[in-house]
Design a protein around this ligand. Sequence first.
Ligand SMILES: [Fe+2]
Ligand SMILES: [Fe+2]
Length: 252
Amino acid sequence: MKLLWVGDVYGAKGLESLQRFLPSLKRDHQYQLLVVNGENVADGLGIRLRDYKTIMSLGAHMITLGNHGFSKRDVLEFIDTGNLVRPLNYPPGTPGQGLRIINYNGMRMAVLSVMGRVFMHDPLDNPFTALDVALSELEVDRIIVEVHAEATSEKLAIAHYLDGRVDAVVGTHTHVQTNDAMQLPKGTLYMTDLGMTGVKYGILGADRDKVMHKFLTGMPTRLQASEETQLQLNAALLDFSAQTIQPIHISD
Ligand SMILES: [Fe+2]
Ligand SMILES: [Fe+2]
């Protein structure tokens, strides 16, 4: 069974990238399951109902979030009922779920997300212990975990902590794909960051001139989604039968 796991989809151009590249990826790799990080789909910050519907209409089984998951308040209207996973280690009482199940052909796959705490500004609970609690109660066929974090060390530490206990751990959030897809010693498939899906020549999905202006002047600058027409899609292809993970990068 194959799963395509797509990194942070940024803005309308990110949706356009999905529409442009998913059909050929589906044809070439014959994946059955699709998981998409959608924390940046609403102009870089959050997700609206229409974005959610567009991603689901493209075949997604689950949409994961991250530190920008709640940036558009619309999400509160559908986060509890939709196929959405926000980081598990938000404090008790936070809307949404950090763990959801995909049912596919009689197989139950748990999708979990945690957010890192190194160089991140959200006051979240410890991701390691949050995962311990969640995994202790879980009886499913497969378990996959997304680590939404800045520090590569924290992502690796969580991955090795989970090695042999879950089927896969992949990272998101940095928007730059890493070249380290591998099987960990106890069998878990791993990759530090899936990368970003959106414009090819922006800066992490945003308009490059706005980002450069911010660095050059030190002035607060409202970032905006880039309107570049050349696109890219970054993802990982996981094959649970062959126990392999391979990076996917496709662009204009
Ligand atoms: Fe992101
Ligand atoms: Fe993020």
